[in-house]
Design a protein around this ligand. Sequence first.
Ligand SMILES: Nc1nc2c(c(=O)[nH]1)N[C@H]1C(S)=C(S)[C@@H](COP(=O)(O)OP(=O)(O)OC[C@H]3O[C@@H](n4cnc5c(=O)[nH]c(N)nc54)[C@H](O)[C@@H]3O)O[C@H]1N2
Ligand SMILES: Nc1nc2c(c(=O)[nH]1)N[C@H]1C(S)=C(S)[C@@H](COP(=O)(O)OP(=O)(O)OC[C@H]3O[C@@H](n4cnc5c(=O)[nH]c(N)nc54)[C@H](O)[C@@H]3O)O[C@H]1N2
Ligand SMILES: [Mo]
Length: 673
Amino acid sequence: MPELKKSICPYDCPNACGFLMEVENGKILRVMPDPEHPVSRGGICRKTARYQDSIHSEKRLLTPLVRTGPKGSGRFEPLSWEEAVQRIAGRWKQIIAESGPEAILPWTYSGVMSDIQRSCGDAFFNRMGASQLVRTICAPAKGAGYAAVAGETGCLDPRELADSGLYLIWGSNMAANRPQALALLSRPEHRHKKKILIDTYASPTARCCDQVLYIKAGTDGALALAMMHVLQAEGLADEAFLQNYTEGYDLFKETLGAYTPAWAETITGIPAETICALAREYGRAHAPAILLGSGNSRYGNGGMTVRLITILSLFTGAWQYPGGGLCGCTPTSTAYVDRDRILRPDFRREPARRLNINQTAAALALTGTEAVRSLYVYAGNPANTAGNQEGVIRGLQREDLFTVVHDRFMTETALYADIVLPAAFSVEQYDIYRSYGHCTLGTAHPVIAAPGECRSNWDTFALLAEAMGYEDAYFRRSEKEVLEDILEHPTPAVAALPEEKQRILREGGSVSMPFSDHLQVGTPSGKFRIADPSLPEPVPCYREPYGGELPLRLVSSPGLYTLNSEFRDREELLRQRGAQKLILHTQDAEKRGIRNGCLAEAYNEQASVVFEAVVTDAIAPGNVVCEGVFRRDDCVGGKAFNALTSERLSDLGEGTTMNDNRVEVRVYGENTV
Ligand SMILES: Nc1nc2c(c(=O)[nH]1)N[C@H]1C(S)=C(S)[C@@H](COP(=O)(O)OP(=O)(O)OC[C@H]3O[C@@H](n4cnc5c(=O)[nH]c(N)nc54)[C@H](O)[C@@H]3O)O[C@H]1N2
Ligand SMILES: Nc1nc2c(c(=O)[nH]1)N[C@H]1C(S)=C(S)[C@@H](COP(=O)(O)OP(=O)(O)OC[C@H]3O[C@@H](n4cnc5c(=O)[nH]c(N)nc54)[C@H](O)[C@@H]3O)O[C@H]1N2
Ligand SMILES: [Mo]
């Protein structure tokens, strides 16, 4: 008889879903939604519905490997862990002696979103004194833009959307990353509430919406300003709320006169009448909710855009009512886990050199005393996910760069490694997970043993610490002991949970935590900051994205069948998703002689990348969109989307500007697929 065991989804998604797994003889036979999980009881996504196929995939790495051919050739042979760890530690000791520990750069992002396995490397590299990777590849401009206004105030948990009166889905492909919340909005009892999507194109989420507004990429700040212009002019702003709960409103109000809908039309491409109608509908709705994605923050003006949208969410006083306000930023600032017990900032003796993840290519191109001499990649795939891809690959090709990759699969980054270490899957390790989109917390115990010689991040760093001679007790604990230690030292929020929830956390499972009080404003003054004198631009205004000379705005959207560069081990998902495609407007296609289904080449000053063209009217003219992240060797011409993206940073948060790149497009080769 199969046993039923619980686990938690480790992937970079706002949901941290709970799984119930059927297990027999060390094999996972079936993955179902955990009926007790507060978010996923209603279902899990198409990728994890057959998570067992990834876990038991024949493509998994099972032993450490050492490179035997040129970098990138994929020629490796097995070696023992002992030998691998000795070689790594030996090389590192030599580099540290010659160039200091900052010549070593760890690179990690979102392979596993937990607190133990994701964060343990920080302690190790703090102890070493290595360079510090500034991990701002996802949506830091969104976080910084929101915090500029709201500080640490918790925004809406998606479950609170049941009480909203109108849904403004703003640059969020919820069908990909919030399927349960989208299902909630589509329930019969919420069908009468209007759902409006503001996006660069008709994403898969558009099917669930009553209206779609196509906006020129990177111009959302102008739309938000014009909406506030109308709300103010027509008496739909909640003056009493703004006076009581915000600071700087009067300064900002004076500037609004200039931001007319006609002005915004020229910038956003959305007709002035449509903007007026949208503002009125939003202003008259009871408890409207803005569901904000991260797409529109990945621009040179991304922080400002999010500041403006956050202010718009306050403008009608919506935050006072259940379901009203903003969803999609941090739903709580309450600490569920004492993370410093894992991160160990105290291990670092001096402030480290900081190298930005979005400028990986530039970091790997440093020379002389500044050169990065060793790169240790774990739970990340820079060859695929970082900007200026060709630059990153050039860095990875350096013969003098000693590269170690710890992963579950032979990723494109691993192809350039000197040593590859096989990683465990989430179901093979202990961990604790805080969702970043909901107020939930969960713990997971191993469901099965790791196959072959796969090891968790924790166990790998423990081995490396021993070989490096780090004698701290921290590195000698097992990951089970670390989890126990966290639960034995609960934060006040966890200590306040009823015994039943504490039991679930001890045994493995997820619990819901209280929603935030949204009017408990988490700024020093206790008021939302509409204007903030400490910022370079105290009064929010419209700023252009970086843009460039070329005519088309290139945007990336999360794909339904993959998650960043993950799930490419699954043939059925790859088949459903097909080739790397570029969605473009009929008008733009006709001008260039591009037909639906033909190969088109997008190019800019950095590179030229081949896509299969999807010609449609369901996109703003001037925008071109690609869904998902593709492996270079799956692309015609061997180049993928990120060859076209730059290393520039956003205005706030030192974040990615992945969507802020211009291209021109032409027919490729013979014009056939
Ligand atoms: N299935 C699936 N799920 C995922 C992921 C995945 O790759 N696949 N990725 C995971 C990760 S790491 C993250 S960060 C999240 C991704 O989540 P986010 O990046 O927050 O993605 P979305 O919220 O879907 O927002 C992307 C949408 O923003 C739109 N957009 C881009 N620029 C603009 C703009 O200027 N204005 C407007 N209005 N819209 C714009 C895009 O067209 C797209 O529809 O999802 C996570 N979940
Ligand atoms: N063109 C384009 N580029 C993008 C995006 C996009 O939408 N389009 N999205 C951006 C965003 S939002 C993000 S967050 C980043 C993500 O950037 P990355 O974190 O680099 O991307 P992933 O594809 O999630 O790669 C994670 C890797 O970790 C491995 N892994 C998983 N679990 C473990 C583990 O427990 N231990 C170890 N050692 N390895 C593990 C996986 O096998 C996988 O290879 O990419 C960014 N880049
Ligand atoms: Mo992300």
